[in-house]
Design a protein around this ligand. Structure first.
Ligand code: CMC
Length: 431
């Protein structure tokens, strides 16, 4: 990192502290407060890290006001249009787009790792059939550290690399197995003659009793969904992976922590919650009732698929997702889908409503993804596992970056303590 050229001055209690400021390649400057406690005996207070950069990173950049998302500098719209998920995986992991030879070699490496240790099948069978696939995924991914002992040493760059490839390669197999288990169908092994998205659709939808042909348009849409979710800088689940990794925990344990965090409805769980909300609204005439509820301070209801911590303009992923939704529904001949009608009308009304306009609440990536996934045949419970498998490359890239960063320390926030000051214990008979 270049030496800081600017400083900020913090004045309090007749004291003044000079704080160095770092300038990023793009985006706002950051005041370096690392020495604040040592020199000023004060903390900063920032619940939810709304103004705090927790790390430096070269992977993904978001300009929330412009509605811009870049992977290693490349706009998401261009990648969604021209690239593929595996190419984006290479880009996120190694920083540059691959040459043709590098891409071939990387694809072979990922493909060779798609199968799971056979013993993992028994692990799946320990779950109840009605378990949510996210619950199964958290358990199975956490359990990978019990199966792949040769990629647990985080201090060995080669083992870190093998763990990264294993995770990217095996996550579709794990997600598909979680799905097959939940519907009582036999597990389907990966096929290495198919590409990444085709193989996932094959493992989810084929059965041993008859041949299954993967539709190329659906595979393309699937690949695009993976690409759009691949990374999103320091979101809650990525920060969870980094925090877990900062203690030296093994990579499989860290990714399991990320999956657990992603499951929440304010984060990755929003895609399932959004489709369930659209179904609950049911018909266009009921939209005003739900808009009123979303605006009511006394009602905890929120319009799922709307709003974002960083985007205060359209989520660029939502724009691409909307185009994909139209393509997929056209292909499948779905034209008068009631859920889609509700979604389109809800979007229109919310974008014109003063409450949503003032608070800059725009549709996010989850608003349209559920419609596509449902049309493809996925149940709502599979929406968040698909998000998790797509985000795995982001988590792994950020984890690898963190381990290699010399500024990295164990994540250990401080607190603003507002509890009781020191007091003496009172015997139970005297309380
Ligand atoms: N519906 C109604 N009001 C909302 C919504 C919404 N979806 N989102 C935010 N608001 C209001 C909120 O009540 C608050 O109002 P006020 O200032 O009067 O108290 C204001 O807008 C700011 O909200 P916030 O909760 O302070 O904003 P945040 O940055 O902490 O939360 C969010 C961001 C994504 C958690 C939130 O917008 C939300 O809960 N959205 C619905 C869930 C959702 O779609 N999540 C997926 C996010 S994109 C996928 C991903 O990356 O995980």
């Amino acid at each position: 990192m270049p030496e800081p050229t600017k400083t900020a001055t913090l004045t309090f209690d007749n004291k003044s502290i000079e704080l160095p400021m770092h300038s990023p390649s793009v985006g706002p400057d950051a005041v370096d407060i690392r020495k604040l406690y040592a020199s000023g005996d004060i903390f900063t207070y920032d619940p939810g890290f709304t103004s705090t950069a927790s790390c430096r990173s070269t992977i993904t950049y978001i300009d929330g006001d412009k509605g811009e998302l870049l992977y290693r500098g490349y706009p998401i719209e261009q990648l969604a249009d021209k690239s593929s998920y595996l190419e984006c995986c290479f880009l996120l992991l190694y920083g540059e787009l691959p040459t043709a030879d590098q891409m071939k070699e990387f694809t072979t490496r990922v493909t060779r790792h798609t199968m799971l240790h056979e013993q993992v099948h028994y692990f799946f069978r320990g779950f109840r059939r009605d378990a949510h696939p996210m619950a199964t995924m958290v358990g199975v991914v956490g359990a990978m550290s019990a199966f792949y002992h040769d990629s647990l040493d985080i201090n060995d760059p080669w083992q870190r690399e093998v763990a990264a490839i294993r995770m990217i390669a095996k996550m579709p197999t794990i997600a598909a197995m979680a799905y097959k288990y939940s519907i009582g169908q036999p597990f389907v092994y990966p096929r290495n003659d198919l590409n990444y998205a085709e193989n996932f659709l094959h493992m989810c939808f084929s059965v041993p009793a008859e041949p299954y042909r993967v539709d190329p348009v659906l595979a393309k849409a699937m690949d695009r969904i993976f690409t759009l979710h691949a990374d999103h800088e320091q979101n809650a689940s990525t920060s969870t992976v980094r925090l877990a990794g900062s203690s030296g925990a093994n990579p499989f344990a860290c990714i399991a922590a990320g999956i657990a965090c992603l499951w929440g409805p304010a984060h990755g769980g929003a895609n399932q919650a959004c489709l369930e909300m659209l179904r609950e609204i049911g018909t266009v005439d009921r939209i005003p009732e739900f808009i009123a509820r979303a605006k009511d301070k006394d009602d905890p209801f929120r319009l799922m698929g709307f709003g974002h911590r960083v985007y205060k303009n359209f989520d660029p992923r939502a724009k691409v997702m909307k185009e994909s939704a139209d393509e997929v529904l056209d292909l499948l001949g779905i034209h008068d889908n009631e859920t889609l009608k509700v979604a389109k009308e809800l979007e229109k009304i919310a974008l014109e409503d003063a409450y949503f306009v003032e608070k800059k609440l725009y549709p996010n990536v989850d608003f349209y993804s559920g419609i596509i996934l449902e049309a493809m045949g996925f149940p709502t419970s599979m929406f968040t596992p698909i998000f998790a498998l797509s985000r795995t490359v982001g988590w792994v890239s950020q984890w690898k970056e963190m381990i290699a960063d010399t500024d990295q320390k164990i994540g250990r926030p401080r607190q603003l303590y507002v509890g009781a000051p020191k007091r003496d214990y009172v015997d139970i008979t005297k309380r």
